[in-house]
Design a protein around this ligand. Structure first.
Ligand code: CA
Length: 236
């Protein structure tokens, strides 16, 4: 069963009133509910009170930067699983990677096309909808519970963001196969979304960091010039 994420609540965090109006109009036209915050502190307060299904987060905000909002949301149990799409006027690759490393799930540079933004919102929400009765996947000492959206390694609970969860799920459904960055983008992000292949590297790095404890084998194999696979030479 696929449930279109209609009526999902989107929190717009942006200090430019004209942009808020444009985003609100277009999101509501698509059937989403919209909440607003015009600075970072307000964003954290609104998100804590009524956790949204997704946050559109501007990088340049008064009082507290979007990056700091993102970091704080990821620290709190109530808001840490909410997908975050960062908006920025900056276009440098380094900023993008920094944004993703802070815990954002996707990134768009202003000026952006509204249809593309809506497509990304939809894809992010689809990725984070709970899937019913899919069961568990096990690989080595990792167990991924697709119903509860929980991952454990060696009995230890592993916290993953929505994108890392999907990435791990996809790799665990196809253990031993090597996927190119483009294949992973299609499978995990969706074919209608344009994301740079480097983004995959950022999420794989985050997944590895969360998954691999001290003295534990790295289960994700980087295949030079080809892509990624889940397996380890020592285990297979
Ligand atoms: Ca701004």
């Amino acid at each position: 069963m696929t449930r279109e994420p209609m009526n999902s609540l989107v929190l717009i965090v942006e200090d430019e009133a004209a942009l808020v109006t444009l985003l609100r109009y277009n999101l509501e036209k698509e059937g989403y509910r919209v909440a607003e915050a015009s600075d970072g502190e307000e964003a954290l307060a609104v998100a804590a009170e009524t956790p949204p299904d997704l946050v559109l987060l501007d990088w340049m905000l008064p009082v507290m930067s979007g990056i700091e909002v993102c970091r704080q949301m990821r620290r709190k149990p109530r808001t840490r699983d909410i997908p975050i799409l960062m908006l920025t006027a900056r276009s440098e690759e380094g900023d993008k990677v920094r944004g993703l490393n802070t815990g954002a799930d996707d990134f768009m540079t202003k000026p952006f096309s509204v249809p593309e933004l809506i497509a990304r919102v939809r894809a992010l929400l689809r990725r984070t909808q709970p899937v019913q009765n899919k069961g568990e996947l096990t690989y080595s000492d990792v167990v991924l519970d697709m119903d509860a959206h929980r991952v454990t390694r060696n009995g230890r609970s592993i916290h993953l963001g929505p994108t890392e969860f999907r990435l791990l799920q996809y790799l665990m459904q196809h253990t031993g196969l090597v996927f190119s960055r483009e294949e992973l983008l299609n499978a995990v992000w969706g074919p209608d979304i344009y994301v740079e292949p480097r983004t995959v590297d950022v999420h794989v790095r985050r997944l590895r960091k969360a998954l691999n404890g001290d003295n534990e084998a790295d289960l994700i194999r980087t295949v030079r010039a080809a892509g990624y696979a889940i397996d380890v030479e020592g285990i297979v």
